[in-house]
Design a protein. Structure first.
Length: 92
């Protein structure tokens, strides 16, 4: 899946949509499970800010892998789908 229509019926490239937004679209039944996994496996993620030292002031930039975890926390995707996405990313 390379494209998905946005609200103005323009075509938005997959990379123009954040991982969280892809998960939101999945929750709204706009994207099926396998397409979501494929898109997120191919996504060129923004490097996350190093937050190994716990610091609640750090805000991750848009497009990091952390958005997938946040989508799971927010109930947009379930634990099984989260694991499937992460497994696919690890498989490279």
């Amino acid at each position: 899946m390379d494209d998905l229509d946005d609200d103005q019926n323009n075509v938005a490239p997959a990379q123009a949509v954040t991982p969280y937004e892809w998960c939101r679209r999945y929750a709204l039944d706009e994207v099926d499970r396998e397409s979501l996994i494929d898109v997120l496996a191919a996504y060129e993620y923004t490097p996350a800010v190093d937050d190994r030292e716990w610091n609640d002031a750090i805000v991750q930039p848009p497009g990091t892998v952390d958005e997938i975890e946040q989508a799971s926390i927010d109930g947009l995707i379930d634990a099984d789908l989260y694991e499937a996405i992460i497994d696919r990313l690890r498989a490279g």
